[in-house]
Design a protein around this ligand. Structure first.
Ligand SMILES: CC(C)(COP(=O)(O)OP(=O)(O)OC[C@H]1O[C@@H](n2cnc3c(N)ncnc32)[C@H](O)[C@@H]1OP(=O)(O)O)[C@@H](O)C(=O)NCCC(=O)NCCS
Length: 233
């Protein structure tokens, strides 16, 4: 996705709330209805059977984000950031690691063999005062194509919906088949339009009753609500 002031640095770095507050933001504007730590922090089983831990990003993850960046191929960096920087600056890493749990939110996946190394990040950043948020995803090269990006995105959507986000959008480079494939695999209403050399993809997050969230094994099986009929579809 194209870096924006909200997703990739710049702006004010806020002091993040505690994990409990992120997951149960009782005092925040948009109240969490159902999302809790068990739902988002459950392991994801990849297509090859490897189990990967997932959790909400923490402010002390900045150095691990920088190490992840250092392990990425130039192509992955280019696809994610629409450009190339030798390293992720301290400022940007700190910004990316700081979330407020409502308007900015990110999940990270941890290397099963080295729990202090982050191997993937999915995030959303809400446009101030709207129900639209920019979405971004990044999976370390050797973990790509194993179902991780899709499973984490589905989990992110649970949180986004819960925080009142109704549309996730992202600018995807033309030819980024994994990302376009991932977005289509969400099975949510989607609009795509060309913006120069990229595609602006908008995914509509329908109310929970309209979609099945009983993920298959490779989706990480997050129990949320049983698929049920609703009045609007
Ligand atoms: C894009 C990205 C996040 C996808 O995550 P991932 O873990 O590799 O993807 P998954 O294994 O979950 O695959 C999900 C779907 O994506 C598509 N996909 C994945 N790899 C693909 C490939 N090499 N070619 C075509 N489609 C692919 C498929 O539709 C797949 O569903 P399927 O299993 O039914 O075929 C990851 O590849 C990545 O970080 N790439 C570099 C950075 C980037 O492009 N970020 C997005 C910025 S817009």
């Amino acid at each position: 996705m194209i870096p924006t002031s909200t997703s990739n640095g710049g702006g004010n770095v806020q002091r993040p709330p505690t994990l409990g507050k992120i997951l149960n933001p009782a005092s925040n504007r948009v109240k969490s209805r159902t999302t809790n730590s068990q739902e988002v922090a459950r392991d994801i089983t990849l297509t090859d059977g490897v189990a990967v831990s997932v959790r909400v990003i923490r402010s002390d993850d900045a150095p691990a984000l920088q190490r992840l960046y250092g392990r990425l191929s130039k192509q992955s960096i280019h696809l994610r950031f629409f450009g190339y920087m030798k390293q992720l600056s301290d400022r940007m890493a700190k910004h990316l690691a700081c979330v407020d749990g409502i308007n900015r939110f990110a999940l990270v996946a941890l290397d099963p063999n080295k729990q202090d190394e982050i191997i993937a990040v999915v995030r959303f950043d809400r446009e101030v005062g709207t129900d639209k948020a920019e979405y971004a995803a990044l999976v370390e090269d050797r973990w790509q194509g194993r179902g991780l990006g899709l499973a984490m995105t589905r989990r992110l959507i649970i949180v986004a919906r819960d925080r009142g986000v109704r549309c996730l959008y992202g600018l995807v480079m033309r030819g980024n088949r994994p990302m376009l494939g991932l977005l289509r695999r969400l099975d949510l209403p989607e609009r795509e339009r060309l913006v120069q050399d990229a595609k602006l993809v908008e995914v509509e997050l329908r109310p929970v009753g309209c979609v099945g969230l009983e993920f298959d094994a490779r989706g990480g099986a997050v129990a949320y609500e049983p698929k049920k009929k609703c009045d609007c579809c």
